[in-house]
Design a protein around this ligand. Sequence first.
Ligand code: HEC
Ligand code: HEC
Ligand code: HEC
Length: 462
Amino acid sequence: MRINTIIFAAGLLASVLGIPAGAAGAAGTPAENTPRNFRLSQNLMYEKCMACHTRSYNLPFYANIPGIQDIIKKDYRDGLRALDLSEEFSPASPLPEKVNESTLAKLEWVTLNYTMPPAKFAMVHWGSRLTEKERKDILEWVRITRARYYATGTASADMANEPLQPLPESIPVNFPKAELGKRLFEDKRLSADDTVACVTCHAHDKAGTDNLRFSKGIREQLGNINAPTAYNAVFHIRQFWDGRAADLQEQAAGPPLNPVEMGYKDWEQIIAKLADDKTFTSDFKAEYPDGWSQKSITDAIAEYEKLLLTPNSRFDKWLQGKNYILNNEEKAGYRRFKAYRCASCHVGKAVGGQSFEYMDLKKNYFADRGSPLESDIGLKGFTKKDADLHKFKVPSLRNVELTWPYLHDGTAATLAETVRIMGVYLAGIEVPQKDRRLIVAFLRTLTGEHHGQPLGGKAVAN
Ligand code: HEC
Ligand code: HEC
Ligand code: HEC
């Protein structure tokens, strides 16, 4: 009788968690025994979270309770801006197994810090708070999902569930093609007047950037957006600040035809120029039998960019278990970096590149800065959706001490100032000067190596 009750209870629990009853029956859910298909309860997320975090969701009954209506509507709008689950979570289907790495880190942060649902809401809506059991479930689900989809597997056991992961030493590459890609990346014939190569704006001695506010293209023309580094870009979910290129190959097709960058009219012109070089053409045909084309040229360049990795930073070594390698300030800086929720956007092995976020999330950055730029439009420029105005791809913070100046508008000259700006506009808090200093100390530990040599570049002073 008692045993039956226990089995029944376990089954009930399993159905709440979405685990097949047989799997949960065994031994509860300690970490190692957690079944592969451990899923977060559909009900938990939909009843307690989704109302404020999806577009498709009907505002629930309590939105009509007089008095709290206005609060709820504001929360709904702010909640959606902070975290929009509409694309990943649909009320019609089970919770997805794989969730965006940044979404995971955000869910983890609010759960660890007891901030969701918002306190003023939980006060008036009894039973909306997360129970301890639900908190544990969310954290366990984050841990499992991170381990399965995002961990690089090289962190030491006690660091395996960190939001930041060690950068892989290498990823699979076709070397002969990458070699051709390197030649193209460094070849000024990719610009109409033979003055600019990819490497001009993504220089090896400047950590893959040009250290200019705006890049100089052919005929000294200035762009209107800061050049991000090409190093580690292979790990980004999409390319460009506004994500208009799906991957590196699509990205590489952009600059050659961009009138202010490399200035060609069409690929025929590029191909004609390259075809004049008989040696290069025959080397190229050895790997790409069909010869020069937009597709083969951009494929080779994208292949080369897989080699532009910068592993073995001091931070990576620390994650891998060399506890002594960071000093106390740097370690404290990393703890602050997580506490101020920086790591929920600057997440994963690239320390960024996984999501698009509002630059004016917590306060109107653009009004405060003034001097509007065409590039301020952000993701909306690509998707044309009003909801994407001022959203930018989170930049990678790998080697960030070398990739100055900062932000899409290139206005932040120092790391200390950038951290201050991030605090105010993205995290919603004035980061005290002492903590800014610690965070900058941590950020400097993210400088890696390229082919076993310290990455080239000049570190920003502050
Ligand atoms: C009543 C509306 C409401 C509910 C319900 C709600 N949130 Fe939020 N959520 C917000 C608002 C508003 C913000 C913006 C930050 C703030 O104002 O504190 C936010 C922000 C967030 C963020 C982004 C990080 C941050 O703090 O800005 C995450 C992650 C999040 N919520 C997760 C959750 C989860 C998980 C649940 C369910 C347990 C939940 N939310 C329930 C309104 C809500
Ligand atoms: C004139 C300077 C210039 C040249 C030449 C140039 N780039 Fe860029 N690159 C930029 C700028 C500026 C951006 C950001 C543009 C944007 O996001 O709208 C960028 C973005 C990128 C990105 C995206 C990185 C990220 O985090 O999203 C990659 C990768 C890249 N360039 C590689 C290349 C390659 C490959 C070439 C040669 C085919 C090249 N670039 C030529 C300036 C340049
Ligand atoms: C909600 C997501 C989010 C949070 C939280 C956040 N960032 Fe950012 N971070 C971004 C985005 C988006 C950008 C690019 C914005 C732009 O240029 O318009 C950025 C840019 C940066 C840059 C400049 C990188 C470059 O190459 O230009 C640094 C440094 C940085 N963040 C550090 C931090 C620190 C430190 C914190 C915590 C205090 C933090 N960020 C919190 C999203 C976030």
